[in-house]
Design a protein around this ligand. Structure first.
Ligand SMILES: [Zn+2]
Ligand SMILES: [Zn+2]
Length: 313
């Protein structure tokens, strides 16, 4: 009897306590231990074009039943996945990285592409990499494979033990709507407004236990609100309103057309009503993380955290 009481308490704990509440880190950040639930959200890189050594280029992994689904592949993506694997996320073993969704073709989101094509193959991935992204992803893929032709040829034919399939890439150029579905997940792409980019996407992931929306890079876009609409987790890019005030005029003009301020994000979150809002791709411009959170909380009363590389939610 005692054992079953302990077991049911443990199960209750697993079901009812979000990982972020059992974290030992500050700022309400996620745990680095694996979440004991079917769907884990792992922030692989939370950075921007700034070469912050503590924040790799943008990349999120949604891991469902130990199967990884990547969103973007900024610089550092493979090594961050290896670090998450070392932290206990079994689904992020490097050779398992075989599927990715690309929000848009800005280099900060795609500079890890060659790494994602080649490194897991060298580490014995046999599946081709399957990539879903906007128009242009096929050309980028072909050019990268061409750029690395000598390396690929040497690894295939130079006497190194290697397989004949894992370097291949199946690139899909997507349109808004459901772009992918399997037993774990349904992935819907939706257009967001990212300045002059003709196509920039956000993604909505539906799994058996959670709905997760990733804004991609976006100025305030109603499509994010519509697609979250009470979702469990909203991962949204943001820049500091106070930091913005210190920027040169030309950059202010750029950022207000391409990105979302903390004040604007608060308004978005009020309408989107996520269970958890994760600040991502943060531009601080000298403002502290605590102050960035305060800027959002000034207009939004829901649960919000500021993401770090390798946080798990
Ligand atoms: Zn970006
Ligand atoms: Zn961008």
């Amino acid at each position: 009897m005692m054992r079953s009481a302990i077991l049911s308490f443990f199960l209750w704990l697993v079901v009812t306590v979000p990982v972020s509440q059992v974290s030992s880190q500050g700022n309400g950040a996620g745990s680095r231990a694996p979440a004991m639930r079917p769907t884990q959200v792992v922030l692989l890189g939370t950075g921007t074009p700034n070469a912050d050594p503590d924040r790799s280029g943008p990349s999120v992994a949604i891991v469902v039943n130990d199967t990884p689904y990547l969103i973007d592949f900024g610089p550092g993506v493979v090594r961050r996945a290896a670090a998450a694997f070392r932290n206990g996320i079994k689904g992020l073993e490097v050779k398992k990285l075989n599927r990715a969704f690309v929000t848009h073709l800005h280099s900060d989101h795609t500079a890890g592409y060659a790494d994602l094509i080649l490194t897991p193959w060298v580490l014995e991935r046999t599946d081709p990499l399957e990539v879903f992204g906007p128009k242009g992803i096929k050309a980028m893929t072909e050019h990268l494979l061409e750029a690395y032709r000598e390396d690929i040829d040497m690894r295939l034919n130079g006497g190194e033990p290697s397989n004949k399939t894992g370097y291949k890439v199946i690139a899909h150029e997507i349109k808004p709507g459901v772009v992918y579905k399997d037993a774990n997940v349904t992935v819907k792409a939706f257009l967001v407004d990212h300045g002059s980019w003709p196509e920039a996407y956000g993604f909505r992931f539906e799994t058996a236990d959670r709905t997760i929306v990733v804004s991609g890079d976006s100025r305030p876009s109603p499509s994010v609100i519509e697609n979250c609409n009470g979702c469990d987790v909203l991962i949204h890019e943001v820049y500091s309103q106070a930091g913005f005030a210190t920027r040169p005029e030309a950059w202010q003009k750029y950022h207000s057309r391409y990105h979302t301020s903390s004040r604007e994000l608060a308004q978005i979150a009020m309408k989107a009503r996520p269970g958890l809002l994760i600040l991502y791709h943060q531009l601080f411009w000298g403002v502290s993380e605590e102050d960035l959170l305060k800027e959002v909380r000034a207009g939004y009363s829901g649960k919000v955290v500021s993401g770090h590389d390798l946080d798990v939610y």
